[in-house]
Design a protein around this ligand. Structure first.
Ligand SMILES: O=C(O)CCC(=O)C(=O)O
Length: 267
């Protein structure tokens, strides 16, 4: 566990993380959020879910207010650069953030049923020539302590199955789904091509508070963004590029896709 200040220079994804991500389809980076940011995020999630009207309209999003710090937090940038796309130039990210939701889960509440994302097509997980491609990547920020069995256990390795997943593993089974535990302020990064499940929250002492963000590269899109432009307008310029339009190159104007403006926004 080591805190990564939000002003830190992002570290490259380590060889160990690459190995684990390819093997299992996920990595967990424990305890990275600074205490003040963690507290601000926890309060933001509670407000979003319980008293959203107390926030100005453009802050009623998990990508707004303190939530915007997570979009390109240095604890995840090195991983996203490696598994989605490197920065095309110093002013823009290679990744795009395309959906986000805040979560409060209380004791006895169940999350999503077991499911997985695409196994074929542009979003499907691939490993080619020593390079990971995790076309649709989920970044789950755990803002409460997670004990084993809580959180979002993953069927490790199912991002690259050779056989169809048998019916009985299409629901949570602790023998095959890998559980994790972590302190508040941790981040779980996984390929949506993995089977994963929101298990029943069993901790009566605290709710699960979390923010789930989803990423693609600037050349692909899965979710419709549905984010008002005022939310993006409140961000610094490089962060805004995580919400740009989805294309690789504009031959007519000899222009690479390295900017965000009113003509180049994700839908
Ligand atoms: O409910 C959960 O813990 C997981 C949520 C999730 O992965 C999803 O909605 O795609």
């Amino acid at each position: 566990m080591s805190v990564v200040p939000r002003s830190a220079e992002p570290a490259p994804m380590s060889e160990e993380q690459k190995f684990l991500f390819d093997l299992k389809g996920w990595v967990l980076i424990p305890g990275v959020l600074e205490p003040d940011l963690l507290e601000a995020l926890r309060q933001h999630v509670v407000k979003l879910r319980k008293e959203a009207e107390s926030l100005p309209a453009h802050e009623r999003y998990s990508l707004a207010g303190p939530g915007q710090e997570l979009i390109d937090h240095p604890a995840i940038v090195g991983v996203l650069r490696e598994i989605l796309a490197p920065d095309p130039d110093p002013s823009s990210w290679g990744f795009r953030c395309e959906s986000s939701f805040p979560m409060i889960r209380s004791v006895g509440q169940q999350g999503s049923a077991a499911h997985c994302g695409p196994l074929v097509g542009p979003m499907a997980y691939r490993m080619v020539n020593g390079q990971i491609w995790s076309g649709l990547t989920r970044v789950a920020w755990e803002l409460s302590e997670v004990k084993k069995g809580g959180g979002t256990p993953i069927l490790s390795g199912s991002h690259k199955v050779a056989f169809p997943v048998p019916e009985r593993f299409r629901e949570f089974d602790p023998l095959v789904y890998e559980e994790y535990e972590c302190p508040p302020g941790s981040v779980l990064i996984f390929s949506e091509s993995c089977w994963h499940v929101g298990t029943e929250w069993k901790d009566a002492d605290q709710d699960r508070l979390a923010i789930f963000n989803c990423y693609c590269s600037y050349m692909a899109q899965f979710h419709k963004l549905n984010l008002p432009e005022e939310v993006v307008a409140a961000m610094p310029p490089k962060r805004q590029t995580a919400f740009r339009g989805v294309w690789g190159h504009n031959f007519r104007d000899k222009q690479p896709n390295t900017y965000y403006d009113e003509t180049n926004r994700a839908l």
